[in-house]
Design a protein around this ligand. Sequence first.
Ligand SMILES: *Cc1c(COP(=O)(O)O)cnc(C)c1O
Length: 365
Amino acid sequence: MTNRTINFYAGPAGLPLEALKRAQEELLDFAGTGMSVMEISHRSKEYDAVHEEAIALTKELMGIPDNFKVMLLQGGAHLAFGMIPMNLLRGDRQADFITTGNWAEKAFKEAKLVAGDRVREAASTKAEKFARLPKASELQINPNAAFVHFTSNNTVEGTQWKDFPKTDKPYICDMSSDIMWRPFDVSQFGLIYAGAQKNLGPSGVTVVIMRDDFIEMCQSKDLPSYLRYPLHAEKNSLYNTPPTFGIYILRNVLAYNKSIGGLKAIEANNLKKGELLYGCIDKHAGFFKPFVTEKADRSLMNVDFFLPTEELTDTFVKEAKKNGMVGLKGYRDIGGIRVSTYNAVSVKDVETLVAFMEAFVQKNG
Ligand SMILES: *Cc1c(COP(=O)(O)O)cnc(C)c1O
């Protein structure tokens, strides 16, 4: 038995053991080639099967309609922050951004570099340190906006849109930290993007899901080739050498997700984990203080809370580590504790943490 650490890192994050074991078994002799998947051509039939399967499983698990293309690109969410305005905000086209956290703000700033005043903030909760999401009544949508950009889960602050914002615009969404945490209706989105390293696989792969009319909206002919979404869509993400090993691991994770019952089963696990963790925080409200101010906005992927003192926070992190749990230190700008409970974190892992928290309160409360 391998001794596995309970991993609450915010990203890169833990992966399902089954997906890693499969990689271990197939590493030296992939698909009867006598080579690893890293060592063979991205044009080989053996790699191509993995590439196609990763795309097909993404479509199947998320119920993606036929008028969307799934692309597996590089550069993380950061490159998407730039590629989106470069492709979609040319000429006099305008867009709105809902600024709900560190990453949402970065997406907005990057879009401004390309599109200047044609992008604007439809709402921001920065004045409240992004500790809640804007209410529907706070959204001021520009009627001329071609799309609204938002971040479905705010990884740093621990807020998550359980109900997506309600506007009459198509959405572009950064789902880096909660893609595939539950089933949802993809059709309302023009473009979804996510770096793989939180909920899907290793860093180095970016999943981009783009509706055909958004691909057609791109004005990209004068951009360097790699920056053109329509080119990647046309070439099925094989214009250049894709990150083959990352896509292979992504395939293993998705195949595992399917084997356990798909996104419905994953959602049930995530709800259970949230109940356990927030249940413990609320039960000891005098000891654990949540960062997020509105219960409805609480994330089921990143849970931020404070202990009464910095000293207790340090002790909490150190003792958790002695008990086989890592990744609990809060993001530097916020402090406190952040527990990241992505799909690969099991209900049992959270039960272990909650038992540790209960004992910690008994001893220090
Ligand atoms: C981690 C994260 C990013 C940054 O991802 P990179 O792959 O490093 O570019 C962007 N947005 C969100 C919501 C994230 O959680």
